[in-house]
Design a binder for this molecule. Structure first.
Ligand code: SF4
Ligand code: FES
Length: 239
């Protein structure tokens, strides 16, 4: 219960969680060490609200936790069988929409899509693969762009615009034809100002934007999610 003296709290999966005014449910949960699955959200950027992995039930209604303002009246459900089943379906759709060959991907073990799929108990694609014909742009001397793995989270677009001030990336098309674009006359990465130091070159949560000549510097089995897989955080009872 919130009183004038007590910190502001809402309830997440049955336990109270404090929040600061102006925070979203996902921001407050992350700050408190509670993990709500997400793909297009990053703490350094405004929410994009496109991947739908972060959806939770708030007072019985499904909403994106990355855009839902936290408030004291909220009863939030995230780690439930029903919501996790919906997340698994979304992941299965993402996997068949692109071409994700995890065993041969340099990002394997560091990939948020792969780690979230493991977390949700995904053991196979379930749906028939689209096998879309997507290009690989290897024109840049230092950076590879493989659109087969792009999940259109738009983080590279936001990073290039908001942090690097370059607008190297954009998105175009709608629905199934929506895709990532490179902002240059030729449409090739080599003809942009992108450099390895750019935030946009390092923020991709999957293996779509990768530095060249750095393959397997950290062996498979010793990477971020190999060492610490994503797992639902146990409900924490706050004093
Ligand atoms: Fe997101 Fe990576 Fe695709 Fe950019 S290239 S939209 S960061 S998945
Ligand atoms: Fe909220 Fe993607 S993290 S919609």
């Amino acid at each position: 219960m919130n009183t004038p003296e007590s910190p502001l709290n809402f309830v997440l999966d049955g336990s109270e969680l404090p929040f600061a005014p102006g925070e979203t449910v996902l921001q407050a949960a992350t700050r408190a060490g509670r993990y709500i699955p997400h793909l297009c959200w990053h703490p350094d950027f405004a929410a994009h609200g496109s991947c739908r992995l972060c959806h939770v039930k708030v007072n019985g209604r499904l909403v994106a936790s990355c855009t839902q303002p936290a408030s004291a009246a909220l009863e939030v459900e995230s780690d439930t069988e029903e919501i996790n089943a919906q997340r698994k379906t979304l992941l299965q759709m993402l996997f068949v929409e692109g071409n994700h060959f995890c065993p041969s991907c340099e990002k394997s073990g560091n990939c948020l899509l792969q780690a979230t799929a493991y977390q949700m108990g995904m053991t196979g694609p379930h749906f028939e693969e689209f096998y879309p014909d997507r290009p690989v742009d290897a024109s840049h001397p230092d950076i590879l762009l493989d659109l087969n793995r792009c999940i259109l989270c738009s983080l590279c677009v936001r990073a290039s615009h908001e942090i690097d001030g370059k607008n190297v990336f954009a998105t175009g098309g709608r629905g199934r034809t929506r895709h990532l674009l490179v902002n240059s006359d030729s449409g090739r990465l080599a003809d942009t100002q992108l450099t390895l130091d750019d935030r946009a070159a390092r923020i991709c949560p999957v293996g779509a934007i990768l530095p060249k000549r750095r393959g397997f510097a950290i062996p498979i089995g010793q990477r971020r999610f190999d060492l610490q897989p994503l797992a639902p955080t146990p409900p924490k009872v706050l004093p």
